[in-house]
Design a protein around this ligand. Structure first.
Ligand code: PLP
Length: 421
């Protein structure tokens, strides 16, 4: 029996209507930007496997470091104990984050990194004797699928079944030259009830790679600082080079209070979440009153294998070759965007760093569930490319090791699709 047949008997997949979805493809091996299925067919992974993979699949250096760690220490409870990988990773990451980030709190995925950040903010105010429960987030935001992360995400098809159970959030538009003053007034009006403002910096990934300018985010952040509203910078997707700089906050002057990481943190090899914060936030939890403790943790918090993978990924990330690859992809994307932007079937093309997204002209049907989405997805799979359109939006965000030839192949197949679909 094939992997696909065995899978269908026992597995329920994420984001998948199991009644109508095509059977899953059994992947048996990965190398560089390529994945291979059980029939030996090759796919270029143009979406970095849910945006996590930054150095390529089955990277030998990460594999070696993970393997070494497996023989030393696979896991240890992280309350009352610590280990070398967790300490070294926190030391090395805090050294390259904005200098106000002083403490690292581990969890095990992007959504949990967000839950931790939200709890830090809510309890920060409580611990200081100020009951602030309102959270400000952007319209169309996506911060994860656990309940707190869902609550601070825009209401959508993803949240619909649970909307009545999600706590109230003040949703505002992403900033631009036209609305920045209005957004500042909105924040000022609710500042005394507001625990925090959470945002995806520069790119709202899941809602369709919607992009906005650093300049206005910076102004909004400066206003939050002035109004004493804590800021959570969700770098789960944008962290580790995606926006062209190591972190999206490197495009900003104002420093966030809290930052969240996952995805590229381990190079996409292991599940790990990380929430960092300022000394000021950390200090608000120091008390002889045990109730002021941050009561949050997961069985696999700071798993040593995941930390080893993150350290190996960081070694690779800091090599000059990675920065050169990021610049190379940025330049190639820019050339491709310029080439196709006037095509009659392209509504808009946008780019931030290694992310390029194009909106396919579809009249009114831009839904996540549009039939065009499935058509495009299957078309590219048949051509040996993994692209996972968000509704009518196709985006490319490859592992940084993707070759020029592989990138050119992806671009050429998109151009071909523009003619054929
Ligand atoms: C900006 C952002 N935050 C949080 C998450 C949630 O991460 P995870 O899927 O690891 O729970 C995602 C996932 O796509 C994301 O894009």
């Amino acid at each position: 029996m094939s992997l696909t047949e065995r899978d269908l008997k026992v597995i329920w997949h994420p984001y998948t209507q199991m009644k109508t979805a095509s059977p899953p493809i059994g992947i048996v091996r990965g190398e560089g930007a390529r994945l291979f299925d059980e029939q030996g067919k090759k796919y270029i992974d143009a979406v970095s496997s849910w945006w996590v993979n930054i150095h390529g699949h089955a990277h030998p250096y990460i594999a070696k470091k993970v393997s070494e760690q497996l023989h030393k220490l696979e896991h240890v409870i992280f309350a009352g104990f610590t280990h070398e990988g967790a300490v070294e990773l926190a030391e090395r990451l805090l050294a390259i984050l904005p200098d106000n980030q002083q403490k690292a709190f581990y969890s095990d995925n992007g959504s949990t990194a967000i839950e931790v950040a939200i709890k830090m903010c809510l309890q920060y105010w409580l611990n200081k004797g100020d009951q602030r429960t309102k959270i400000i987030a952007f319209n169309n935001a996506y911060h994860g699928d656990t309940f707190g992360a869902m609550a601070v995400s825009g209401r959508s098809a993803f949240t619909k079944a649970f909307d009545s159970l999600l706590f109230d959030v003040e949703f505002i538009d992403t900033p631009n030259a036209g609305n920045i003053e209005e957004l500042k007034s909105q924040i000022t009006a609710i500042k005394t009830e507001t625990a925090c403002f959470i945002f995806e910096p520069l790119v709202q990934g899941s809602s369709g790679m919607l992009m906005y300018e650093a300049e206005y985010l910076n102004q909004l952040m400066a206003h939050c600082r002035q109004e004493n509203v804590l800021m959570i910078d969700d770098e789960v997707f944008t962290g580790f080079g995606r926006t062209g700089k190591p972190f999206a906050c490197d495009h900003l002057q104002v420093q966030p209070d809290i930052m969240c990481f996952s995805k590229g943190l381990t190079g996409g090899t292991m599940a790990l979440g990380l929430t960092t914060c300022t000394q000021h936030i950390y200090d608000a939890f120091l008390s002889d009153d045990r109730l002021k403790t941050l009561f949050h943790g997961h069985s696999f918090t700071a798993n040593p294998i995941a930390c080893a993978s993150a350290l190996a990924s960081l070694d690779l990330f800091l090599e000059p070759e990675t920065a050169a690859n990021i610049s190379r992809i940025e330049a190639a994307h820019a050339k491709f965007a310029a080439k196709i932007k006037h095509h009659p079937k392209i509504k808009t093309v946008r780019q931030t760093g290694t992310i390029v997204a194009m909106e396919w002209e579809t009249g009114d049907n831009t839904s996540y569930f549009s039939s065009l989405r499935d058509k495009l997805y299957q078309y590219f799979l048949a051509e040996g490319i993994i692209l996972r359109p968000l509704g009518n939006i196709i985006y490319i965000l490859p592992p940084y090791c993707i070759t020029n030839a592989e990138l050119d192949y992806v671009y050429s197949k998109i151009e071909q699709a523009l003619e054929e679909i």
